[in-house]
Design a protein around this ligand. Structure first.
Ligand code: G3H
Ligand code: 13P
Ligand code: ZN
Length: 349
């Protein structure tokens, strides 16, 4: 199966009432772990690469690894997504390389640190939408800013500093025509999201529900949605790691989100923890080992387990065979003839 439009994948998820995990990758083993989990659970899947990942792996390697995945698992719909594009140029280069979806994160300036003004975000996102849709590529935008900093990306601070304003979310969706909208509801990237199990005072599910009511056709995206389970933290610490006590986003809150329009759920940290824990365990227990396969294999298996669990919890399991992928050129026609419009488009002010 060729790489699939993320828009089609999310439209199908909306029809089926489930969410789709978007898992970050930087190397071959992570792609293999996701694909094995997808095959095991019969799940459609979104594989995403951040700017850091594209730089780390040299993005042509990543692209060809994804093509290998599509060739090896023809029964699995795979969307290849740019995570947190920081500029028009980053998104354009991803599209030209063959990504079927991009995130234009205009909530931050191109430095990936400084929050933007609303108008600036609208302008750059709309520009990416025009370029991407003409080529059948899906666009995710972001309004509001998450907490934390991952690999230099993020405004820092807590997740509560720039929570999304529902009025702005509606205006943003209408003026940009994004297919999917990331909103800030108190979460942060990375392991340190909450200092105790989050309740409504720090995880603003009510805002998400309100936004979905007002934008029923726009697929909502939850970033920073690792659950940071204690068992994964414990393995890391048991074998010499130094993680401080922390809480992530409980799976039941994500499931509530899925009932209210969340279709894409971004997970990276949980997989990082699983990989690191597995590698630490091998090196701790068998210090004589030095063949990377001795620790990469258990690491890959640990990630597969996390991904398969999330696929089941998000409800995408069992849906891989529900539909045939549309050609990207046909998706482009859908954007051109207006049949794929999500929010009533208004022209820029
Ligand atoms: O958005 C954050 C993702 O976890 C990707 O992180 O920029 O360190 O690759 P990264
Ligand atoms: P986590 O750090 O919670 O896994 O979030 C990942 C993410 O949002 C990637 O864009
Ligand atoms: Zn993110």
């Amino acid at each position: 199966m060729p790489l699939v439009s993320m828009r089609q994948l999310l439209d199908e998820a909306a029809k089926g009432g489930y969410g789709v995990g978007a898992f970050n990758v930087n190397n071959m083993e992570q792609i293999q772990a996701i694909m094995e989990a997808a095959q095991q659970t019969k799940s459609p899947v979104i594989i995403q690469a951040s700017r850091g990942a594209r730089q780390y792996a040299q993005d042509r390697y990543l692209y060809h690894l994804m093509l290998a995945a599509a060739e090896l698992y023809p029964e699995i719909p795979i969307a290849m997504h740019q995570d947190h594009g920081n500029s028009f140029e980053t998104c354009k280069s991803a599209i030209e390389l063959g990504f079927t979806s991009v995130m234009m994160d205009g909530s931050l300036k191109a430095d990936g640190k400084t929050p933007t003004e609303f108008e600036e975000n609208v302008e750059v996102t709309r520009r990416v939408v025009d370029f991407a849709h003409e080529r059948g590529v899906t666009v995710e935008g972001e309004i509001g800013v998450l907490g934390g900093i991952e690999d230099g990306h993020g405004a820092g601070g807590t997740g509560l500093e720039h929570v999304t304003d529902p009025d702005q979310a509606v205006e943003f969706a209408e003026r940009t025509g994004v297919d999917a909208l990331a909103i800030a509801i108190g979460t942060s990237h990375g392991a340190y999201k909450f200092s105790k199990k989050p309740d409504g005072s720090v995880l603003k599910m009510d805002i998400l529900i309100e936004i979905h009511k007002r934008l029923p056709k726009t697929h909502l995206v939850m970033h920073g949605s690792s659950s940071v389970p204690k068992d994964l933290q414990d393995v890391v610490n048991q074998y010499g790691g130094k993680l401080k006590e922390t809480w992530g986003v409980p799976v039941e809150e994500i499931q509530l989100g899925i009932q209210h329009g969340v279709r894409k759920i971004n997970v990276d940290t949980d997989n990082r923890l699983a990989i690191t824990g597995a590698i630490r365990k091998v090196l701790w227990e068998s210090p004589e080992k030095f063949d990377p396969r001795d620790y990469n294999k258990p690491a890959r298996e640990a990630m597969q387990k996390v991904v398969a669990t999330r696929m089941t919890q998000f409800g995408q399991a069992g849906h891989a065979g529900d539909y045939s992928p549309l050609a990207i050129a046909d998706i482009a026609k859908g954007y051109a003839d207006g049949s794929l419009v999500t929010a009533p488009l208004v022209s820029a002010k």
